[in-house]
Design a protein around this ligand. Structure first.
Ligand SMILES: Nc1ncnc2c1ncn2[C@@H]1O[C@H](COP(=O)(O)OP(=O)(O)OP(=O)(O)O)[C@@H](O)[C@H]1O
Length: 608
């Protein structure tokens, strides 16, 4: 029938009964090497881990058995190097060889046994890492479960085939894994390389691990150093960081959490905000990763730590832990430990804490914007620029009590010399995030009396002139007002320090916006020019040129104004206005540029 497939009687070329998945082992190993493991070197970690787990399993059977792992490297002159790893662990029976070694994803360390958490492995894929460096894995094993067990040899090949044969072996109980380097991977199996890898991965294991006659693990773990509050412990920790992490840290912090111990080192440089947290993590004293992330709260970006965990679950790539409740709890506890240590520093070694915050203030500030806890922890140690120099917020609070800040860098530049001459401390809130942090701190710590300062307040605080002084400058004010009327600027005369300053231009937020708008109007064409033209222009009420009668040149100008030197005074006023604009980093509009041009031309012509 058209449109319907025909059911024919021809036998199909594929099996029609239920089957089992087949695995293309080479494809799987390629996948692991490219996407799961960072380097073929992980094969040493997987072999050591299996040996340690096998000894743990044997100890369940025979508590107190002395475990040991031997590594041997054979480097023949005319062939690829071979690595042999021997343990005296539980060994494997013939059935276990088929079920566990030859079944990908099958592990003896899951289920009921895993509850005891003696084992490091759990996924049943670790042994495959050996195929990254060898085409064949040979396992000779004798099970410790049966005193009469026969030694067996399992040979697994990268093409997915294996065979098992009984063999004669000197192995009493345990397992011996032989690997011969694949072409192109010889380097990974050379003696020096294997020794370095064994030290890296197994250097802190408690079981004796030997490569030939060399004991691989003879170092105490860093978390066993004497208390870091004791100078000796601190020195050992810092020396460890320099030797193992290639780091010269600002401080070492002891870490403790449920089933976790370790040290955190404060970085001596500012890490990029996007950088990963590269922590060195051990699982039951076996190195899991040197670049684990997400172990600490985000705010602790300035430390790098070394930890050993009993109970956290590694991810399949073994470059970190699985994100679960246990990890979340440990992260919280480690964060608390770091915070407590910093609080202790504030009390006992304030100079050390000041050094830490001085190095990491940009990152700390960025984080504190969203994290009140971080803000409160570090606030007193954050450095700020003030009209009286750089100091920490804590020092500011001790010296001045109340804190006044200006929001913009340009306002600070304008206000700082005047405030400094008056002995007033004004904080520059123009640094990234600082005014936001100060506003938040004002809410969190109201007793600190933190508030924004409008730059016009500075002028308002200048003492008024006496009646006599006022009459002396009356002509100057009149002339100046006339000269600047077309620029929408009012004029005041006051006496203020520093006396070298001729004048200051005081503007508020509104006039700054309008000034910016005026400037934009002059450069915008097209449909927007009509919209911009309809907006109001800057008004005199918002900008005030405050002339400083304490300045000798301004007093001379007042004298010349009284004598009627109208043009000269006018030109000088215009010059002082443009100078004040430039000092305050105000954008110059076209007419102010024209003014500057006129003034310069006037001087040139006078000279001519
Ligand atoms: N040296 C050994 N002694 C005894 N049994 C072993 C040894 N090496 C491997 N096995 C057995 O083979 C199984 C598979 O090992 P494999 O390394 O592939 O995975 P795993 O260690 O269970 O888990 P993971 O993938 O997390 O490492 C193990 O669960 C264990 O039962």
């Amino acid at each position: 029938m058209p449109g319907h497939p025909r059911i024919g009687r021809v036998r199909p070329s594929y099996p029609t009964t239920p089957g089992t998945f087949q695995v293309d082992l080479r494809g799987l190993v390629d996948l692991l090497s490219r996407h799961l493991y960072r380097s073929p070197d992980v094969y040493v970690r997987e072999l050591l881990q299996n040996a340690v787990d096998a000894i743990a399993a044997r100890r369940r059977l025979e508590p107190g058995v002395a475990g040991a792992v031997e590594i041997e490297v054979v480097e023949p002159a005319d062939g690829p190097p071979t690595v042999v790893v021997t343990d005296n662990g539980i060994g494997l029976t013939g059935t276990e060889l088929v079920e566990l070694l030859a079944t990908i994803g099958r592990s003896s360390k899951r289920g009921e046994l895993a509850q005891h958490r003696d084992f490091i492995g759990q996924f049943g894929i670790g042994l495959l890492a050996c195929f990254l460096v060898a085409d064949e894995i040979t396992v000779v094993t004798r099970s410790a479960r049966d005193p009469d067990a026969q030694a067996l040899c399992w040979q697994g090949r990268a093409d997915g085939t294996y065979d098992i044969t009984p063999v004669d072996s000197d192995l009493t109980a345990g397992t011996r894994v032989h690997l011969r380097a694949r072409t192109g991977f010889e380097h990974h199996l050379t003696r020096d390389h294997v020794l370095a890898l064994a030290r890296r991965y197994g250097g802190l294991l408690t079981l004796p691990i030997r490569l030939g006659s060399v004991q691989v693990n003879n170092e105490p773990p860093p978390w066993d150093f004497p208390a870091l509050t004791m100078e000796h412990g601190r020195e050992s920790a810092l020396a460890y960081a320099s030797r193992v992490l290639d780091l010269d840290p600002l401080d070492a912090i002891p870490l403790h959490a449920d089933g976790v111990r370790g040290l955190a080192f404060v970085l001596p440089y500012e890490p990029s905000p996007a950088a990963r947290q590269d922590h060195r993590v051990y699982l039951r004293r076996m190195l899991l990763s040197e670049s684990a992330d997400r172990l600490l709260p985000d705010w602790a970006f300035f430390v790098r730590c070394v930890i050993d965990a009993d109970d956290l679950s590694p991810n399949a790539a073994r470059d970190g832990f699985i994100e679960d409740e246990r990890l979340a709890r440990v992260r919280e506890q480690l964060g608390r430990g770091i915070r407590d240590h910093l609080k202790d520093l504030a009390r006992l070694w304030p100079a050390r804490l000041a050094g830490i915050v001085a190095t990491h203030d940009a990152g700390i500030s960025a984080l504190a914007v969203h994290d009140d806890e971080c803000l409160l922890l570090f606030a007193d140690w954050l450095p700020v620029d003030t009209s009286l120099g750089r100091m920490t917020l804590g020092e500011h609070a001790r010296r001045f009590g109340e804190l006044r800040f200006v929001r913009r860098f340009d306002d600070f530049r304008q206000v700082a010399p005047i405030a400094a001459a008056q002995g007033r401390c004004v904080v520059n809130g123009g640094h990234v995030n600082l005014s936001t942090l100060l506003e938040r701190l004002a809410v969190l710590r109201p007793e600190r009396r933190i508030s924004e300062l409008d730059p016009t307040e500075i002028v308002d605080s200048f003492a008024d002139l006496t009646a006599e002084e006022r009459s002396e400058v009356a002509d100057l004010v009149r002339l100046a007002e006339t000269a600047l009327r077309s620029h929408d600027v009012g004029v005041q005369v006051r006496a203020f320090a520093p006396s070298q300053m001729h004048a200051t231009l005081v503007t508020n937020e509104d006039s700054r916006f309008r000034r910016q708008l005026d400037r934009t109007r002059s450069v915008v064409d097209g449909p927007w020019s009509g919209v911009l033209a309809a907006l109001p222009t800057a008004s005199a009420a918002n900008s005030q040129l405050c002339l400083n009668v304490a300045n000798a040149a301004v007093r001379e100008l007042a004298r010349q104004a009284r004598q009627g030197s109208i043009m000269r005074v006018r030109r000088a006023i215009e010059l002082l206005y443009v100078q004040a604009l430039l000092l305050g980093h105000h954008p110059l509009r076209d007419r102010e540029l024209g003014l500057l041009d006129d003034v310069v031309l006037g001087f040139v012509e006078d000279r001519g």
